[in-house]
Each structure stands twice: as C-alpha cells, then as structure tokens.
Design a protein around this ligand. Sequence first.
Ligand code: FES
Length: 581
Amino acid sequence: MKTPPSKTLDQLRSRRWFADAGMRGFAHRQRMQQQGVRREDVMDRPVVAIINTWSDLSPCHAHLRERAESVKRGILLAGGFPVELPAMSLGEVMVKPTTMLYRNFLAMEVEELLRSLPCDGAVILAGCDKTTPGTLMGAISMDIPTIFCPAGPMLNDRHVKGGVSRTVGAGTHTRIFWDEYQAGNIDAAEWQHLESRMTRAPGTCNTMGTASTMTGIVEALGLTLPGASSIPAMDSAHTRMATDCGERIVGMIWEDCKPSTLLSACSFHNATAVQMALGGSTNAAVHIIAMARRAGVPLTLDDLDAIGRKVPVLANLFPSGDRLMEDFYYAGGLPALMQQIRPHLALDAMTVNGRSIGDNIASAEVLDAQVIRPLDNPVTDAGALAVLRGNLAPEGAVIKPSAASKNLLRHSGKALVFDNQPQMLAAMADPDLDCDANTVLVLRNAGPVGAPGMPEWGNLPIPKKLLKAGVRDMLRLSDARMSGTHYGTCVLHIAPESAVGGPLALVRTGDTITLDVAARSLHLDVSDDELARRRAAWSAPAQPFQRGFTWLYQQHVTQAHEGCDFDFLHGTQATPEPVIF
Ligand code: FES
C-alpha cells in the first residue's frame, strides 16, 4: 500500500544545507564534492542517516558494518542518498560499569547527531540491550522519519556432554554452568570449552534477554518492518531486511511518516502486551516507560502490571522456557506470536510500512506450537512481570514470576544485607556465612544514583556453601536490575532507591521481609516508629564522582519507575532547528 507524498523536494530538511544559494550552501556542497559525491546527489534527493552502533568491542553488532552496506543499497535504489553516522556502541558485556549508565548518553548523541546534520530520515542499526532504547529515545525526541533495523539474534548452540546434546543459550547458561562449576559439578576443561561454544556467531543473545525483548517491543510499536526482530543475524533474510529498511525509509520521508505519527498510547499498550507474551526481560519496565515519556505517553508501572495480569507467557524461550530465538523464528516469529494475542492488541495502530499491526499479522501463523503457545496453553501461569508495592517499595519494584521459583513467590525470611557489590561478592564465597535457604539476600546502593547506573547486579549469586548443599534459588532484593537472560526469585528496581533515602536504606540484617507476589506486596516487618528512628540516623553515601558524565548522570537521572531518563529530556517540547549561517 502506497501513501501519497506529503512532502516536496523543497521541504526536505537537508535542503537547508545543500540548496542554499549563499556561501554556506556553497561550502556544504563543496565539502560533499571533496569526498567524490556529485552535487545533484545531495541537492535532488533525501539524505538518509544510517545510525550505526557497530564497534570491534560489540560482538552482538559485529555484522552491522556489512548491514549498513545493504541499507545503503536500499536507500540508493529508492532514490535517496545514504550517509553513515557512527554512534556510541554499547556492547553489553564489555562496557563498564554498566551500559545503563550510557543509555541516556546514546539517546542524547542520536538526537543531536540527527539535529545537527543534514538528515531527512534515519535507519537505526542496533540491537544489543541498551542500544535499542537509547537510539530510539533520541530518534523519538528528534522526530524525523525513522525505521529501526534490529541486529538480530545469534544462532542456537548445543553443548555435548557424556554423549548427550543439550541446548545452551547466551547468558542464561553462563549462570547455570557457573553455579555448577562453583559447586564442583563441572571441571575447568569443560568450563573452558563452554567459553568457545555458547556464543558461536554474531548477533544478539539468543535467549529472551533484554535484546530480543526490546527489539520485539520496537516491532510491536510499529517501528520495524513486520517480522524484522525475529530474523537471525546470520540469515540471508536479515541482509534482505536491511535493504528493505533502506528502501522503505525513503518512502517514509516523502510521506512524512515520523515517530509522532506512529506512536500512541495504543502502540505502547501493544508493546507491553508483546513484552508479556514473550516472557520478556524486566529491564523493559524501565526502557518502555522512558520511550513512552519521550513520545508524550504517560505509561506507568501500574499499566504494565495490569497488562501483565492479562497476557500470559506464550513464547517458550529461555529463561522462562527452554528454546532459543532461532527456534522462535522457525515457529513464525513475532508476527505469529502477535497473532496469538490478537484479542489483547490495538490492531489499528500504524507501523512504518504504512499498514496497521492488524494488517501486518493477518496472514501470520504459528508453525510450531511447542515454541509459540496458544492463549489457552501458556508456557507458565506466572506472568512475565509483576509490580510490587509496600513499605519497602513505595514507588514500586518488579519481579519476573515466570523466571522465579514458584515456592518463593510467597515467602518470609530474615534479611542478610549488603551495602555494596564487593562486600556482597566477598561474603558469598565465605564458607561460614550465616544464612540458609530461607534467608533473604538484600543488596543496596545499586540503583540509578547509588551504583551509579543501576547495573545488572540484582541476580545476586547464591552463597557458595548453599550451592554445595544443592540450593539454586533464594529470594533476593535490590534496587539494581537483572539481565534479561537470568532467572531466579529476584525483586528488582526497588524505588525510591536506597542511595536517595528509599526505605531499602533502612533495612538491617535480621529484619523480616515478606514477599507475596499474588498480593503484589513487599513488606518490611519493622514498625513505623523504628523506621523513623533509623531514617533520622541515616545519611546518604559519599559519592566520589565530582565531575564529568557520571556526575551529570547522578544529578539528573530519574528513578526506575520513571524510566531512568534524565529529567531534562522528558516530554515532547520542540527543540528549535539549528541556525545555518
Ligand atoms: Fe549483546 Fe546480550 S550481550 S544482546
């Protein structure tokens, strides 16, 4: 379906740079010709930015240099002119202390790149966890036609031991095998062998971690081509999809199809329903709220909880299930999953291809019901996300029931409190640590301000002495996040965080904590009077960052329930176009 053009050549943004009859226009055209670009290439056609998050230290994006060439081909074939712009490459594993510290940095970079340069539209190449929300938050705020080209998941892998071949997935099995290694059940040779086997090809994590959760969410928002988020990175269909993105963005520019014309409360509702059906990462609770706020949609944790109660987990993928993203693709991918949750979707929400979500999924079908389940046979009755409140989390906390132990979803135990990550890690190795399987492990000062950057420390390791005794899960609490590839009974994103004086700062070892997921409650069994006494004696931890980006981050980051965006980047207020002189 073609939408008639709503923009003329003279209305292109890039014309302000290249069609100017004065000295500035001369300089802009001159400098393009310096690179061998013909005058008419930038004068007579849309200029399309390819925002590329490739780097040598982002293995999930190792193929994005090549994909940029495919996008360029599509742009040229459709009559546009491509320009490739590198953006901060947040490889989840390599960037320290955490990529989350830099998500907003990337968002600012993308917004300002697009604003300061002669771009009529953008194709975004990204996919590793924070690169997706980071690039899109910037593009939503800049609000020029944008299409998202997901990096795609890596291929499946298997580990053979004792003649038995077993599916292994990135992230999820790292922790599983680490626990077995710590417990003495696998040896150093097997551990080293696993290092070379668990991530065998470029692409994002092949489990339903944060990367696949976020790219699925972006597809549900209507910002990718249909089915794009499920295509494995190393499939030739991925290369063709990249070319399609390049071709389509040129049409979007002529149609003036911008994020603001696509994104609405309905599209964020769809995205949240997809997160739940995927059994998606808890990280999405932060990112989807941040993206919605950039689009002017007041999405809250309570909205997520309400949808989470209705939409069960249908994708049988690690860590909630036992398959991987390549299986999901063969089973029909995201369009097939969306077809299964059709009653929960706003089908008339529009997408980048000029058609509605309903039209895009009309012919989708499930090809393997073991991988994509029907609504009446979900992977688990436990939802992908529950929002907890109580005197320990007045502004909310989240848990992923589908990746937790059922017997711990209602649990009371004595707290064992750690003030920081090094203290906690040292204690876990202590053979005499005073704890048992009922203990509630608590980590604080791990939130947006406290850590800083809210790292994925929320999946606290099980104490080594309990691992040896066969314990594999415990109730764990923190103001940190957890990797989407991880599992366990972990209460996360406790808000307000301890470093700004949230009640988590007042917990003491030996206090009783009660979790009741069905009742959505998290309670610290300490009287209000005693909490007031502890608060009077509390002081904020010293912060060593007195300059630079981390200082800026700590001054302006919002709490988890608000999306952890910078307070000065919220909203849809127009930022003036740059003056060209
Ligand atoms: Fe990049 Fe998991 S480390 S997606």
